[in-house]
Design a protein around this ligand. Structure first.
Ligand code: FE2
Length: 137
């Protein structure tokens, strides 16, 4: 997949940027991964830890800066968590299909990078930049 994290995607917070870099790296890794049972399990665990840490960091940050679009943004995080729970439950029921689960995780995450990180996260980044510009006036 040909999207990589670049510094223009920075939201102005190091740990949130690091989280985003981690997700880009994971999607990159998934592209050429050997979809074994253990690998899929580890990916699903990593994603669970990721949502716990990253979403709460981002949500706290949005509260801190008073981002007005927070409600819609949170809904997308909630959808991601629900998707992850569903895919984990599906894999627990059909552990004989790591390839199918791997493919589905891969395409969901690619879409997430494009539609969430590159669009929704950039909206709060732009809001923060605008606030900073206003305060500098
Ligand atoms: Fe987000």
């Amino acid at each position: 997949m040909n999207i990589t994290w670049t510094s223009d995607l920075s939201v102005g917070d190091h740990s949130i940027d690091d989280d985003h870099k981690e997700l880009f790296a994971l999607v990159d890794e998934l592209d050429s991964a050997d979809m074994s049972h253990d690998y899929i399990n580890s990916i699903l665990d990593r994603l669970k830890a990721y949502t716990r840490g990253h979403f709460s960091r981002e949500e706290e940050y949005m509260v801190q800066v008073g981002y007005p679009g927070m409600k819609g943004h949170l809904l997308q995080h909630k959808n991601f968590i629900e998707w992850l729970e569903t895919i984990r439950a599906t894999y627990a029921r059909f552990p004989q299909s790591p390839f199918i689960i791997g493919d589905s995780v891969n395409s969901y995450l690619q879409r997430w990078l494009r539609q969430h990180i590159l669009e929704e996260d950039m909206k709060y980044r732009d809001f923060i930049l605008e606030q900073k510009a206003k305060n500098a006036d």
